[in-house]
Ligand binder design. Structure first.
Ligand SMILES: [Zn+2]
Ligand SMILES: [Zn+2]
Ligand SMILES: [Zn+2]
Length: 155
């Protein structure tokens, strides 16, 4: 039996999601941004990251630059994780405590999804599909960039 060393895994260094988590748009090759409310034209994935994309309001999209892998598990077998900075629509316990529910970044319709111990709880995407955001860890780091404020990038 040959032993193939796994590449050194960097899954904990920066947030990442996988392609299956992004909803596709009617236009082929495009995805809906998790912040679809302000990113009406969707986005693309370039070089394994969410590309810069059009917004309907001034202010940076927190998803631009986020790493997107092809596989749902990293080399060491872990699942995806994001930062609080990615999210705008969520509820915290006692206003400043851990996140207890959120509007699913996978754009699941219906009520907010529960979050338990910093992980998005299992929930259905539709009648027979588990939402691929189920189990995603939310690191309690950062706050979303402000809306209606022009960011440092001027181009
Ligand atoms: Zn966006
Ligand atoms: Zn890993
Ligand atoms: Zn969902």
């Amino acid at each position: 039996m040959t032993y193939l060393a796994e590449p050194l895994c960097r899954c904990g260094n920066e947030p990442w999601i996988h392609r299956g988590m992004l909803r596709t748009t009617a236009t082929s090759g495009r995805f809906r941004c998790p912040e679809t409310l302000h990113c009406l034209h969707g986005t693309t994935v370039e070089d394994g990251r969410i590309a810069d994309h059009w917004r309907n309001v001034p202010g940076e999209c927190p998803w631009i630059g986020t790493k997107v892998t092809d596989r749902p598990r990293c080399a060491c077998g872990r699942g995806p994780w994001i930062k609080l900075r990615h999210l705008r629509l969520f509820t915290r316990k006692h206003l400043t405590g851990p996140v207890v529910s959120l509007s699913c970044p996978g754009l699941c319709p219906g009520p907010r999804v529960a979050v338990h111990d910093h992980h998005i709880c299992d929930h259905p995407r539709d009648n027979d599909t588990r939402c691929p955001w189920s189990g995603t860890r939310i690191a309690p780091v950062g706050i979303a960039p402000p809306l209606f404020v022009s960011g440092p990038r001027s181009d």
